[in-house]
Write a protein that binds this ligand. Sequence first.
Ligand code: GLP
Length: 244
Amino acid sequence: MRIILSPSTQEAADTVAMMVLDKIESHPQSVLGLATGRTMEPVYKSMVDTMTKKPMHLEKCFFFMLDEYLGLPENHASSFKSYIEFHLVKPLNLHHDQFAFPPVHTSNLELAAENYERCLREAGGVDLQLLGIGTNGHIGFNEPGSLGDSRTRRILLTEETRLANKTQFKEGEMPREALSMGIGSILDAKSLIMLASGRSKADAIKYLMNHHDDPKCPATYLKSHPHFTLVLDPDAASKINLNI
Ligand code: GLP
């Protein structure tokens, strides 16, 4: 695991954005796995700002979204599909056919999840997967208890996760379930970058630093990946001792 300790939240986001853009520049046909959440907003903004100054060709890239809520109407303003439309698709003029979204609007979720896994394989796998982390150590929506070999599937959200995300929804609208790439699906990516920012992530980061392959904190599975980079802002790193 490589750890990058950034002097500010903005610089942490800029570092991640730069790593993504470097990947695309060196490998224009990159397959990128995208995460959502407040943590990623400055990353996408930084990418958009950089590309406004220095346009890049993204038309050969393909993007897989990590997860999506279940039970929301299509194009709901708080869906992750709407999130990425707003933060990346529209500002960068990307095409919808460059994206794969977890297929949540179907009656057979099990089959749809298998198809998503097949799409990932047929695309040759994800080259670079972006990840945030939940306050309880979840990645994507792999809640505590998820196993290291789990694949794309339906997941019941914990109360902690529902509480953390309920500000994005009107009263009573917060979904109870999601479809998420599994930990095994995430680990198949050739490289992983996790960004954690803010004090609310400090405990999860401390736990991550001290444990391995622990289903209580799904992010700990990432440490076995040969190309895992963890980027931290000062608050997220405030409970760990890096001795640097
Ligand atoms: C969300 C997403 C994750 C994200 C995490 C943290 O629920 N499923 O992909 O990394 O929780 O979100 P935030 O960055 O808003 O704290």
